[in-house]
Design a protein around this ligand. Sequence first.
Ligand SMILES: Nc1ncnc2c1ncn2[C@@H]1O[C@H](COP(=O)(O)OP(=O)(O)O)[C@@H](O)[C@H]1O
Ligand SMILES: O=P(O)(O)OC[C@H](O)CO
Length: 556
Amino acid sequence: MVTPPSAPRPGRDRFVAAIDQGTTSTRCLVLDEHAVVRGSAQLEHAQHYPQPGWVEHDPLEIWANTAAVVGRALATAGVEASDLVACGVANQRETAVVWEHATGRPVHPAVVWQDTRTEARCRRLAPTPEAVERWRAVTGLPPSTYFAGPKIAWILDHVDGARERAEAGELLAGTVDSWLVWNLTGGVDGGVHVTDVTNASRTLLMDLRSLSWSAELADETGVPLRVLPEIRSSAEVYGHGHRTGPLAGVPVAAALGDQHAALVGQACFEPGSSKCTYGTGGFLLTNTGDRPVRSRHGLLTTVAYQLGAEPPTYALEGSVAVAGSLIHWLRDRLELVRDVSEVESLAGSVDDSGGAYFVPAFSGLYAPRWRPDARGTITGLTAYTGRAHLVRAALEATCFQTREVADAMASDTGAVSGAGSGPGPGAAAGAGSALGLRELRVDGGMVANSLLMQLQADTLQVPVVAPEVVETTAVGAAFAAGLAVGLWRDRDELRELWRTGRRWEPRTDSDLPTTRWREWHRAVDRSLGWVATEQHPAADDDTAGPTVDDLAKERV
Ligand SMILES: Nc1ncnc2c1ncn2[C@@H]1O[C@H](COP(=O)(O)OP(=O)(O)O)[C@@H](O)[C@H]1O
Ligand SMILES: O=P(O)(O)OC[C@H](O)CO
């Protein structure tokens, strides 16, 4: 690792703090050296939807919540900042923040990863399949509203004077890790402006092989290099907590995008090992070892992690935009349940969805289809369909979308997923590679729903396994920070800290991977091609919206 082990302090426990700044809430966990959680705290923040397709957060609220949960987690653990050997940060990825260097004030709300305002901009960046391939070859990503670079450019173009101020060096930009590390390490009083390779790999601006900003792509996107943070590894000391902050004097020693942190927290260190996190969205990542694997089936190539001076490890990722957020939507917008904890018993009160299918394409469909023209649909309704069927269909939608990603993963890695080949976009080809999905490690808020996990095992026809500590995102940030300061020696030691919690075996008599899987594809077909020029002229205010034909050409 980057620094030699710090000298043990006999008779004193050593602790590490991990911040997990997610889409809906911010958590802090305090772990001891056995990776046992000794304290935690969590605060939700507001979601702002100023226009259809737009999603914003207040960066100052996120920073205030971060400071507050760190303080509360330390208090519940009964320790002081001085008892911490390090702190690591994991964060919602692709969410863009631009702020003033001199005051620390954001010039605009954070533009969140789900936000689709850069749709027309992204189409201009890559108007043809060949152009999309060019971006993929350098960054591992297709230009999409999902990623941070175009969002930064949008802010610079839509806030009065921002572009000139950026060129003059008055503004700083970054993803949420940069924003938090800058604030933790002092903000206007000497905060460090850095990001890690995993977060940088989600901007559309980083060259995946050199791990540096691509001057050419940044220029095309409209992001001046001087607003961007310095790219560092995921596990090294970036700076120390500011004396007036919640982590005074503590080494800030890790940053990872939350999904990458979960991969580390799940100890997925072998090529071929996979995890899926079920939070606001669903994110399946497979470790592909020391080389980036190019996807031919709509997956993203990304940096898995880079632990200190080691070479980077890469991953393939399938991102599903809507998973747990569909459950929130059922609660808040349709009022089908009062609390998410009711979902399992309600969905379990019926044997199946009664023929109903939910395609929750609220921001289009992400991996493996990448169809911005899709919108949400519920199909197969009859007079028989009730509340429980709809809630069950919502759970099944998460399972089917994950199965699409798992099949694409199998196709890209030349392996079978274990499930029979369906008619989906990534029907499995070839057999037996080391990267085949043999079991799926799972985590995230939705894992609390045991029925969902059983349905997932059935749909994939592989075992689904949750660790004892399901807060794997925070655990991963803690692992990386602990490695950076020598609290833990190496990955072997971390592997031993991972302990199985629950396991769901696939049922062989389920119709989810057969008939129902085929019907799911028919339902998806009905969600495609919904957004056209006339219906969606305000996707980006500087060009006309896309036609259905345009969008079909963009398909990757
Ligand atoms: N019992 C449950 N059944 C289904 N979904 C659930 C359940 N409990 C929580 N969720 C969903 O999990 C999500 C929260 O997971 P979490 O990992 O905290 O998300 P994030 O990190 O994206 O903020 C919410 O969208 C919520 O709807
Ligand atoms: O905050 P989460 O857990 O929903 O994760 C968000 C992802 O990082 C977006 O890519």
